[in-house]
Design a protein around this ligand. Structure first.
Ligand SMILES: Cc1ncc(COP(=O)(O)O)c(C=O)c1O
Length: 306
């Protein structure tokens, strides 16, 4: 269970954590017909701020649109609800989980006509890939599960049902004793982690798989591309093969939950010297520094709670 907080926002009302419940026959539970977001609120020098809220809400509404879901609240209403929820739960730093799902109605596969329910929960959440992951890096395996691709599902949408593919990959990795899975796309190129985008450093140039590798277009990915470019690095989106990651100088994951997490081993091969690399460290430091300072140069990225 995530760390319990006091209230959850559910269809426009603040309800007690223990009372935020749904019927067992909601469509979303049976067919994975939901869309969601993961966002973080950080304690910055200027007060608690939601990081890249607009970009996350943009993706949330676009995910819903692809699945013909009409979210019965405006972006402004949801933005305000999120801020209100953080305040009533008296949190300065937290993870934020908005979800919209097809509710109780017809039981067939086609959800047309079923209500769309919307909820937002917030809770404190530390390092997603385990305590100390940022400092010592994580160990990964290349998954035997291929990433679902753009011809099967809209990969730029963040839909609940799409995550059973990620779930199999990450469970397999854990059962094999690794921290996380790296999934290949259906062409055999590197796609992403089960819930993170992947970056590779080679000869001081930064590479990351492009949209055709069936990745989720991560907000943190975009943040890191922007920061690294501003720091003077060349950042190239390209097809990355499995052998390229084995011989990379450095690898790291990005994601709202995972933030920036170094990868130090893939399938028993050390990446670089098996320690957190200098470019990864520099980017990680810059990422957290910009956030803690609520850096003026990136002020559009911050939505202050108060
Ligand atoms: C499959 C997948 N890829 C990438 C990401 C990273 O996206 P973001 O940086 O927007 O959190 C996530 C997390 O949301 C994810 O679930």
């Amino acid at each position: 269970m995530p760390e319990k907080t006091e209230k959850i926002w559910f269809d426009g009302r603040l309800v007690d954590w223990d009372h935020a419940k749904v019927h067992v026959l909601v469509h979303g539970l049976h067919y994975g017909s939901g869309v969601f977001e993961g966002i973080r609120c950080y304690k910055t020098r200027k007060g608690p701020a939601i990081f890249r809220l607009k970009a996350h809400l943009e993706r949330f509404y676009n995910s819903a649109k692809v699945y013909f879901m009409k979210i019965p609240f405006t972006r402004e209403e949801l933005s305000n609800a999120i801020k209100e929820l953080i305040k009533v739960n008296k949190l300065e730093e937290c993870y934020i989980r908005p979800i919209a799902f097809r509710g109780l109605g017809k039981m067939g596969v086609d959800p047309t006509g079923n209500p769309v329910n919307v909820a937002v929960a917030v809770w404190p959440w530390g390092e997603y890939l385990g305590k100390g992951a940022r400092e010592k890096g994580v160990r990964c395996t290349v998954s035997s599960w291929v990433r679902i691709n753009n011809s099967m599902l809209p990969m730029t949408a963040k839909a609940t049902g799409q995550y059973i593919n990620s779930m199999l990959a990450t469970m397999e990795a854990h059962l094999k004793g690794f921290d996380e899975a790296i999934m290949l796309d259906s062409r055999g190129f590197v796609s992403e982690g089960s819930g993170e985008n992947l970056f590779m450093v080679k000869n001081n140039v930064i590479f990351t798989p492009a949209v055709e590798s069936s990745i989720l277009l991560g907000v943190t990915r975009n943040t890191v591309i922007t920061l690294a470019s501003d720091m003077g690095y060349r950042v190239i989106e390209k097809n990355i093969s499995k052998d390229e990651i084995f011989s990379a100088d450095e690898l790291f994951f990005t994601g709202t939950a995972a933030e920036v997490t170094p990868i130090v081993e893939v399938d028993h091969r050390s990446i670089g010297n098996g320690k957190v690399g200098p470019v990864t460290k520099e980017i990680m430091d810059k990422f957290f520094n910009v956030i803690r300072e609520a850096n003026e140069s990136y002020k559009g990225w911050f939505d202050f709670v108060k």
